[in-house]
Design a protein around this ligand. Structure first.
Ligand SMILES: Cc1cc2nc3c(=O)[nH]c(=O)nc-3n(C[C@H](O)[C@H](O)[C@H](O)COP(=O)(O)OP(=O)(O)OC[C@H]3O[C@@H](n4cnc5c(N)ncnc54)[C@H](O)[C@@H]3O)c2cc1C
Length: 418
């Protein structure tokens, strides 16, 4: 049943952040095995945009020029309250090679990364689950299960899948890019602390007549945020936060159908809710929904891992942090973490650094996330800040599609700073 293998690094999880991590390792000449419990996550298309900083990272891998024509460019982020346009952030002023946000389906990004890995002779092992990790001196011992629908293997209670073969890998490092329910994080015994209330959003993706705008529009109501993203091919996505008793809201808006994403079902939101939300929250929205492609209700937690790893096992992406969807920060910041983690892991594998060097990675990114989640440095309104940014100051950071120096530069445009 067991086959023994040796490899430099195992990456558990082939979502966007895991694929990016594996690419960054392969580019540095590191032997990498990447595996995912599911069969091609590319059926999902949820984190819809790449920040200007993420485009720089993809450019380093030679992927930006291929992806930009496949996406839709966004140049401004506008803020509204009712009918009133409050102000805007100008992405064009960012000091970046590509000073804009690129709207691109997550599955298109994942496809490009998977193809990039193929070119570097790295094959994604779909339907392979990292099942167990155990530190063993200068190595980590792991067990990987290959999953099938029907065989004589033993059943995984929670999924209905069967394990038909297990492999033992001895590896120098394990990277858990295995999402918010991370098994790697759980096996390390790291807490995923709740740092804020969960938010529930009703999301509608639909086609509209007319040209797509090059602007994201965020509506700031007293107790809820809504966001309109323009997409390619005459489509757009509205996400409406449903305030109040989060769990109680779902039965009121869902129909008896659900939308399946990977192994997870999501409640399907009734189409008639769309018009109602638009008339209440965005009376200025002129687009008429021609065809609703899908709609669902999804809850976003606010959580942060107490540590980002230890020894030779480290975490990246949603395995360490989850936040609301408006600023698309989870995936984009995850890619920046991945690049740094890959660089440090390379030093460890090539024996230029001890695993302790990774402590700095964990501390720095945890600090960055504390700021993004409103637990660290407090944003302040400067004298020139307009009234609306003063009123929104405490909740603005997660709504901006940027992090680090880009986030600070954009906030500066509306009179806010740390
Ligand atoms: C319905 C929905 C809507 C969303 N909308 C938005 C949005 O509007 N804006 C936004 O910014 N973000 C959104 N997100 C979140 C966004 O998709 C994530 O932030 C992004 O995918 C994070 O990437 P990741 O690679 O860290 O983790 P994931 O994409 O979660 O990937 C983790 C992968 O690990 C695999 N895995 C888990 N356990 C194991 C294991 N033991 N062994 C091997 N593989 C394993 C999983 O199968 C999965 O493919 C949404 C998510 C969902 C589900």
């Amino acid at each position: 049943m067991f086959r023994k293998k040796e490899t430099d690094v195992i990456v558990a999880g082939a979502g966007p952040v895991g694929l990016f991590t594996a690419m960054a390792l392969a580019e540095r000449g590191i032997g990498v095995e990447i595996l995912d419990t599911e069969w091609r996550t590319a059926g999902r298309s949820y984190a819809l945009a790449l920040h200007a900083s993420a485009l720089d990272l993809l450019d380093e891998m030679g992927l930006a020029e291929e992806l930009i024509p496949a996406g839709h460019r966004v140049d401004t982020v506008a803020f509204y309250r009712g009918r009133e346009r409050l102000g805007e952030l100008r992405l064009g002023e960012l000091e970046r090679k590509y000073p804009f946000v690129l709207v691109l389906p997550q599955n298109r990004l994942e496809h490009a990364l998977e193809e990039g890995l193929k070119r570097r002779k790295v094959k994604v092992h779909w339907n392979h689950r990292l099942a167990h990790i155990r530190p063993a001196g200068d190595l980590v011992d792991t067990r990987v299960d290959r999953l099938v629908r029907d065989s004589s293997g033993y059943a995984l209670a929670e999924t209905g899948w069967l394990v038909d073969r297990s492999f033992e890998h001895h590896t120098q490092m394990v990277i858990g890019a295995d999402g918010h329910r991370s098994l790697v994080r759980q096996q390390l015994g790291i807490d995923f602390e709740k740092v804020g209330e969960p938010t529930l959003f009703a999301v509608f993706e639909f086609t509209i007549a007319g040209e797509a705008q090059h602007e994201v529009r965020v509506v700031l109501d007293e107790d809820a945020t809504s966001v309109l993203w323009p997409l390619r091919d005459g489509r757009c996505r509205w996400s409406f936060q449903l305030p109040g008793a989060v769990e109680d809201e779902i039965p009121r808006i869902k129909s008896r159908f659900s939308v399946q994403i990977g192994s997870q079902p999501y409640p399907f939101v009734r189409e008639e809710n769309l018009e109602q939300f638009i008339s209440q929250r965005a009376p200025w929205f002129a687009g008429k929904a021609e065809k609703i492609r899908w709609s669902l209700a999804v809850q976003f937690e606010n959580r942060l891992a107490a540590r980002f790893g230890q020894g030779r096992t480290w975490l990246v992406g949603d395995a360490t942090h989850v936040t609301g969807p408006v600023g698309v920060q989870s995936m984009n910041v995850g890619m920046a973490e991945a690049r740094e983690l890959a660089e440090l892991a390379t030093d460890v594998v090539q024996q230029r650094a001890a695993p302790a060097a990774l402590e700095e990675y964990g501390a720095r990114w945890r600090g960055e996330w504390r700021d993004l989640l409103g637990l660290g440095r407090r944003l302040e309104a400067r004298a020139e800040a307009p009234e609306w940014t003063r009123a929104a100051v405490d909740g603005l950071v997660p709504l901006v599609p940027a992090h680090g120096r880009d986030l600070e530069a954009l906030l500066e445009q509306v009179g806010l700073g740390y």
